[in-house]
Ligand binder design. Structure first.
Ligand SMILES: C[S@@+](CC[C@H](N)C(=O)[O-])C[C@H]1O[C@@H](n2cnc3c(N)ncnc32)[C@H](O)[C@@H]1O
Length: 214
């Protein structure tokens, strides 16, 4: 993995903002979404872009190990603390989605939450996820996505450039389910709902789902 790439993914101001709003969101619906995202997982898991580690508390004890990859050093510091309190063993390391650690087929499952909107090349990231997840292993995803209401989707298009600047490259108008399907993962469930982490952030469409690696 290139250290230069991890260096390019440092956003300390966004990291502080995200830590505050995501912690607020936990108490206002976020925790329930994360619990649903991870319910029923077993075995070894790689979590990509783990942020401040808010998923860790929600891993079922049937998970034997989580390897959490996070490029941003501010968020990673919070993730290390969250790992101490997790109900399952969690190791947090520096890294990014373009070059995941581990040999082919090393994990039973991968988790992305609110990440594929931000990684620069989601198709490449999904190919890399497909490399490290074993055949018939799972991808669990929780992402905010392009609205299926045309007026809202147009609004997302309109705010996208400013949004990306404020939110560390996040694209608010991405059809992430389509990108997952195009990557070769077979989506078997995809729940769609509206959610806002706090009153300053628009109520974007979100998806939570499961896909299988062929
Ligand atoms: C909105 S935060 C979500 C954090 C966490 N997954 C959650 O559910 O709260 C987006 C995360 O994606 C990470 N990220 C950005 N680019 C990435 C990349 N190329 N590879 C892996 N993670 C990346 C950021 O550092 C940040 O932690």
């Amino acid at each position: 993995m290139s250290d230069r790439h991890v260096q390019d993914l440092q956003h300390p101001r966004f990291a502080r903002f995200y830590t505050a709003i995501s912690t607020h969101a936990e108490a206002h619906g976020g925790a329930a979404h994360r619990a649903r995202l991870l319910a029923g997982l077993t075995g070894t898991v790689i979590e990509i872009g783990a942020g401040n580690g808010l998923n860790f508390a929600h891993y079922p004890t049937t998970v034997t190990r989580v390897l959490a990859v996070e490029p941003d050093s501010t968020l990673r510091r919070h993730a290390h603390q969250a790992a101490q309190r997790a109900p399952v063993p969690v190791e947090v390391i520096a890294g990014h989605a373009d070059a995941l650690p581990g040999p082919d087929a090393a994990f039973d499952a991968a988790v992305t939450s609110l990440v594929l909107c931000t990684v620069p090349d989601p198709a490449h990231a999904l190919a890399e996820i497909g490399r490290v997840v074993r055949p018939s292993g799972q991808l669990r995803f929780y992402e905010h996505v392009r609205s299926d209401k045309p007026a809202l989707a147009r609004l997302q298009d309109l705010i996208a450039p400013v949004w990306a600047r404020l939110a560390a490259g996040c694209r608010p108008n991405h059809d992430t389910a389509a990108v997952i399907a195009a990557s070769g993962f077979a989506i078997v469930s995809c729940e769609r709902f509206g959610f806002s982490p706090c009153r300053f952030v628009p109520r974007f469409a979100h998806i939570i789902g499961t896909a299988y690696r062929p």
